[in-house]
Write a protein that binds this ligand. Structure first.
Ligand SMILES: CC(C)(COP(=O)(O)OP(=O)(O)OC[C@H]1O[C@@H](n2cnc3c(N)ncnc32)[C@H](O)[C@@H]1OP(=O)(O)O)[C@@H](O)C(=O)NCCC(=O)NCCS
Length: 287
């Protein structure tokens, strides 16, 4: 295949190949694809001017092709003497750790953090250990990824987001057409939150500690008196500026009421105001 062909077509061609059909040229295409993912030039999902997020299926197919293409090799770090004793890793050779350079202006505090090749971290991102950022993830400027946080495959995280300790942003690699989890600019994702299955959290929204969102979770808006649910073929969306806290709703069946059962229900208690801003302010001195 000619190197003049646009990367997209070259990557699309990879996705039709079986594991034993990849050539050296294919590997070069894949390496270039990963370089562009690392630099944030290609993304697993993009937002258009109307705020609609679309998955770039070809990018996700390219990432999946990388898994088929890869052979499991010894990826253990060795000391200067070449000794690998005790600290062994085995993974696909197509997805080694991504080298992060000083001039990217990303601060990675030492200790148990992995950024997988094919993930983009923009300048000013801070990653506290341990954290894991998976392939296809895009993390924009000045976002803080706190300890024990996961940024799953293809997740798109905006500018100045705070992913608090143990926040789990799920990966959505397949189906390839599915929009991954999106966290837009200036959101605060509180400690221990889980955002899964392509949920979109719009700009400046706040998830209080412990909020869990999946595609099937109804979200109750006390302010606008609405219930948000995932519509056919669309992700669940948390509106811009919403402050979501973990709540409960009572079960309506007679048996459920007899047993005083309730179900977990995230509730929008307010929209962001000056008080919330003060509560959510990022500790600038930590940066
Ligand atoms: C959401 C949060 C920012 C508070 O926002 P706020 O705008 O100051 O909220 P308010 O104090 O005005 O509370 C509004 C209502 O929500 C309720 N509420 C606030 N936080 C709540 C929570 N976490 N869970 C349940 N209810 C909560 C309040 O009781 C209040 O209801 P009421 O008027 O009936 O009493 C805060 O609760 C939070 O979760 N911060 C993130 C903590 C975190 O994970 N930090 C990580 C870094 S350490």
């Amino acid at each position: 295949m000619s190197s003049r062909e646009p990367l997209r077509e070259q990557v699309e061609a990879l996705s039709g190949r079986a594991a034993n059909e990849f050539s050296d040229d294919d590997r070069r295409v894949f390496d270039e694809f990963k370089r562009q993912l690392n630099r944030g030039e290609v993304r697993a999902a993009e937002r258009d001017e109307h705020g609609t997020w679309r998955a770039n299926a070809w990018v996700k197919r390219g990432i999946l092709a990388g898994f088929r293409m890869g052979a499991v090799i010894d990826l253990s770090p060795s000391d200067k003497a070449g000794d690998k004793a005790g600290f062994r890793f085995f993974d696909k050779d197509t997805y080694p750790l991504r080298a992060t350079e000083h001039d990217e202006r990303v601060r990675i505090v030492p200790g148990g953090t992995s950024i997988r090749d094919g993930a983009h971290l923009a300048s000013g991102v801070v990653v506290m250990p341990p954290a894991y950022v998976n392939v296809g993830a895009f993390v924009d400027e000045n976002t803080m990824i706190d300890s024990h946080a996961l940024v799953g495959s293809c997740a798109q995280v905006g500018k100045r987001v705070h992913l608090s300790a143990a926040a789990q942003i799920g990966g959505v690699l397949e189906p390839v057409g599915a929009v991954p989890v999106i966290i837009e600019d200036d959101c605060l994702i509180g400690g221990g939150c889980g955002v899964y299955e392509g949920t979109i959290v719009r700009q400046k929204a706040i998830l209080a500690a412990g909020v869990i969102l999946t595609g099937s979770t109804p979200v109750y808006d006390l302010v606008r008196e609405k219930v948000y649910r995932r519509e056919e073929g669309k992700p669940l969306e948390i509106p811009s500026g919403a402050v979501v806290v973990p709540g409960a709703r009572s079960v309506k069946s007679v048996w459920g009421m007899e047993h005083n059962l309730s179900l977990y229900a995230p509730v929008i208690v307010k929209y962001r105001d000056a008080r919330t801003d003060a509560a959510a302010q990022l500790e600038d001195y930590l940066r």
